[in-house]
Write a protein that binds this ligand. Structure first.
Ligand code: GTP
Ligand code: MN
Ligand code: MN
Ligand code: MN
Ligand code: MN
Ligand code: MN
Length: 199
């Protein structure tokens, strides 16, 4: 599979279906005051999903020609994959972050969004996720991303980053962790370096 390439939203909008398929995915996160083992600050709850293909990715999916807009398609996919707990959720154009193209195995433009929720709202989504239409089908379960690094230098975020991710999901995650300042920059760079050595 070739490396996904970043491009602007304007460039992306010129890549038309049916030759190009468009998909939208969202990173949902909430400030999280808890501490692991009463010690390690959790900082934020960041949601990803284990997909049907065994790879990690974000909730979302292909935007059909029936969807009026990218965001409408994304919100439909979020309801299908996250279930009734996401009924309140509306990801909007202002939540847009980036677009990537990949040519193989098919020509796909992947648009990425991020949205901050309250921890209460995020927990409502988690609580009801097993009632989603796609639970056990496209989605095998939601996971929170560990944002800390344990004292062994590997446990936590570095080990998480050694998983297999779909498409440009790993790049999307790292970009969001940095720009939203969910992980201190130095700690993030170190986690990436450690993960690279173990891959
Ligand atoms: P189907 O109904 O089975 O087609 O699934 P879907 O509509 O939910 O689509 P899916 O979420 O699998 O994503 C559509 C395309 O985007 C596929 O080409 C995936 O490879 C890619 N993709 C899936 N998840 C992510 C993600 O989190 N980030 C990125 N960048 N691409 C993704
Ligand atoms: Mn225990
Ligand atoms: Mn999907
Ligand atoms: Mn889907
Ligand atoms: Mn779909
Ligand atoms: Mn589907």
């Amino acid at each position: 599979m070739s490396e996904p390439r970043a491009l602007s939203r304007e460039e992306a909008s010129r890549l038309r279906p049916p030759q190009w398929k468009h998909a939208c995915h969202a990173l949902l996160y909430a400030p999280c005051p808890g501490r692991l083992f009463g010690k390690i600050p959790l900082r934020f709850a960041v949601l990803m999903q284990m997909r049907f293909d065994g790879r990690l990715g974000f909730p979302g999916g292909f935007v059909d020609l029936q969807d009026v807009s990218l965001e409408e398609g994304l919100n439909r996919e979020l309801r299908e994959e996250l279930g009734p707990g996401a009924a309140f959720l509306r990801v909007a154009e202002c939540d847009y972050v980036s677009s990537h193209v990949s040519e193989k195995p098919q020509q796909v433009v992947a648009h990425f969004y991020t949205k901050q929720l309250s921890l209460e709202d995020l927990r409502t989504i988690e609580d009801q996720a097993t009632r989603a239409k796609e639970h056990g089908l496209e989605v095998m379960g939601l996971v929170r991303v560990p944002l800390y690094t344990l004292r062994d230098g590997i446990g936590g975020l570095p080990a998480f980053l050694t998983n297999t991710f779909i498409g440009s999901a790993r790049e999307q995650l790292l970009h969001a962790l940095e720009t939203l300042q969910l992980v201190p920059r130095e700690q993030l760079q170190k986690a990436v370096t450690v993960a690279q050595k173990r891959l």
